[in-house]
Write a protein that binds this ligand. Structure first.
Ligand SMILES: [Zn+2]
Length: 170
């Protein structure tokens, strides 16, 4: 239906209900792409925990201070980071939420510090967007003026508020 240019740089790995898992031939990285359009504020898919752990790793999403979940459906692990994200793992509603309009064929990307207070491995982002933050760390180590530009989970918002109050006491 969509006329979006099927790039030769990607191999289709699996078709999901509203998304496609693709692999980039150049860097072998997997990504999740919309196969239909979505309006900002709509839900792409509900998610749940396939496993709950108490320390974060690169696959987990933080739902509370000591609770990190492995995502179900599993293909959601292929949602990559971007400094101009189009989705949020909303850990209050447990829905993958669109934070901007998304066109069919677009890659779904989230902002790491929007869900993670501290991340297991910081990394340098290569998203190439004008607002690229560069060094990606958890929300705890991300400047407030950067965090304020993003839609964050309720958990991260409450942690940031607590942290700020704590800093004011010092
Ligand atoms: Zn970036």
């Amino acid at each position: 239906m969509s006329s979006s240019q099927q790039s030769n740089e990607f191999i289709v790995i699996s078709q999901q209900e509203h998304c496609i898992v693709k692999q980039n031939k150049e860097n072998n990285q997997y990504g999740l792409f919309a196969n239909t359009s979505f309006k900002a504020g709509s839900t792409i898919v509900a998610f749940n925990a396939s496993k709950i752990v108490d320390t974060p790793n690169y696959l987990t999403v933080q739902v509370s201070e000591h609770k990190h979940i492995h995502l179900f459906p599993e293909y959601l692990q292929y949602v990559n980071h971007c400094c101009e994200p189009n989705v949020l793992f909303n850990t209050t509603t447990m829905q993958l939420e669109c934070i901007s309009d998304i066109e069919a064929g677009e890659e779904l990307r989230f902002f790491y510090p929007a869900t993670e207070w501290r991340i297991s491995q910081q990394f340098i982002c290569n998203c190439g967007k004008p607002s690229c933050v560069g060094l990606i760390q958890g929300a705890a180590d991300t400047p407030t003026e950067v965090l304020n530009k993003y839609k964050l989970t309720d958990f991260i918002k409450s942690m940031a508020a607590r942290y700020k109050a704590f800093l004011l006491m010092l």
